[in-house]
Design a protein around this ligand. Structure first.
Ligand code: HEM
Length: 392
């Protein structure tokens, strides 16, 4: 090393890029993690794997897709029927979107259940919330691209919902649709959004993981590392992550090959027809809870605010349940009951969202919405009181 310029951390500044990357990878491999991490901590790695698949299949699909209202549906049909293995690429991209959103929801629920959003991981949580919003916009924009019946009418509903915002609504609707009704300008916008956001998500994920690295993982038992003990990321957790990815891959292939109807919406295999409104316009399953909330309110702006608020409230979580003291937890029974309330409420609003919103379904949607918000606005602030007495 003598004679070579040396930087603060003692490494030679003359290091090659390859050497630097190797050193970073080794540092990540040695990362000490709480020894009691459970399988829920593999979902982050699963998300990374699906994201890689989405990028690869998405970039390949782009080569044969045409973002024009007169040609988009036909170009997707061409991919399905004429492009070699095109049907497989498209099926992987569509199934991947559903698996990604499912994994994302599980990841968020894991964070809520184990209160991983508390200091010192507020930055991890906030970057995650931005990622969730970006993923939702990307998924919505992607669904418009095939220009089937649901794509068209989904864009129409979203445009009108945005238009209900006071003051800027009309302007935003114009920016979103690029005209009075969905058409080629809408497709150009959605294509640019879908393509561009995918790359921004990659950058954001790298930032998210860097913050996890800097702050360290929380432990499911909420105990300090001195109690749980630590193990290096590699090989202890890399092996489990890989096994989890393989298990998800098996489920992925099973859905793709044997139950494609779980993912595909038949109405979207009909070309967009601006003159024929489908009897029931409904989004992909992962938007149904929010769609249900939007419809459960009799006036548009209220529905828009409550369904948007259901995502926005996640940004406030670290302040709704602030950290007090160390190593204390909310009793498991209370946490399980609260988690059941949240999940059942979201599922109930989703079912209501998939039905005509009247009679009993309207009641179900409203009760579900109350349960959903109760988790954030009543249970989380109450955690501080609950944790005084109980240990996890
Ligand atoms: C593209 C989406 C995302 C990817 C690829 C991703 C990836 C990861 C990875 C690899 C980890 C470390 C392993 C693990 O704990 O599972 C992690 C941790 C974490 N993520 Fe995400 N994440 C994403 C979205 C989100 C979202 C939407 C949230 C919450 C709103 C979130 C919150 C967290 C938290 C709090 C941790 C730290 C958990 C802990 O150890 O205490 N992430 N994420």
């Amino acid at each position: 090393m003598a004679g070579k310029p040396v930087c603060q951390n003692g490494q030679s500044t003359g290091q090659t890029l390859q050497g630097h990357l190797g050193a970073r990878a080794r540092a990540y491999g040695r990362l000490p993690l709480p020894a009691d991490l459970n399988w829920w901590w593999t979902v982050g790695a699963i998300l990374c794997a699906i994201l890689a698949l989405m990028l690869l299949t998405g970039l390949t699909l782009t080569l044969a897709y045409t973002p024009d209202a007169g040609l988009a549906f036909g170009s997707v049909e061409g991919i399905e029927r004429r492009l070699p293995a095109g049907w497989l690429l498209r099926a992987m991209h569509m199934t991947g979107a559903s698996f990604f959103m499912l994994a994302l929801y599980v990841h968020v629920l894991r964070g809520l259940y184990y209160r991983s959003y508390q200091s010192p991981r507020i930055g991890v949580w906030m970057s995650g919330c931005v990622l969730l919003a970006m993923a939702m916009i990307t998924a919505f924009a992607g669904y418009v691209l095939p220009w089937g019946q649901m794509s068209y009418w989904g864009a129409d509903v979203a445009g009108k919902a945005v238009g209900a915002l006071p003051l800027i609504g009309g302007w935003l609707e114009g920016v979103f649709l690029g005209g009075d009704a969905p058409g080629t300008p809408t497709l150009h916008r959605m294509f640019a959004l879908h393509f561009g956001l995918a790359f921004l998500i990659i950058g954001m994920v790298m930032g998210h993981i860097a913050v996890v690295h800097a702050r360290g993982s929380s432990s499911p038992s909420a105990r300090p590392a001195s109690v749980t003990g630590v193990l290096p990321f590699h090989p202890y957790f890399t092996v489990r992550d890989m096994l989890a990815i393989v298990l998800v891959a098996v489920a992925f292939v099973a859905v793709l090959c044997f139950w494609p109807e779980l993912i595909a919406e038949p109405a979207n295999y009909r070309p967009a027809n601006p003159l024929h409104t489908p009897a029931d316009i409904e989004p992909e399953w992962y938007f149904l809870p929010f769609y249900g909330m939007m419809q459960a309110v009799p006036f548009k702006l209220g529905g828009l605010l409550l369904s948007g608020g259901a995502v926005a409230v996640l940004f406030a979580v670290p302040w709704l349940d602030r950290k007090v003291g160390d190593g204390q937890g909310v009793p498991t029974l209370a946490r399980v009951a609260a988690m059941l309330l949240l999940v059942c409420s979201a599922v109930a609003t989703a079912f209501a969202g998939a039905h005509h919103m009247q009679g009993n379904w309207l009641l179900v949607a409203r009760l579900g919405m109350v349960g959903y918000y109760a988790y954030f606005l009543a249970y989380l602030p109450l955690c501080r009181v609950l944790q005084q007495g109980g240990k996890v």
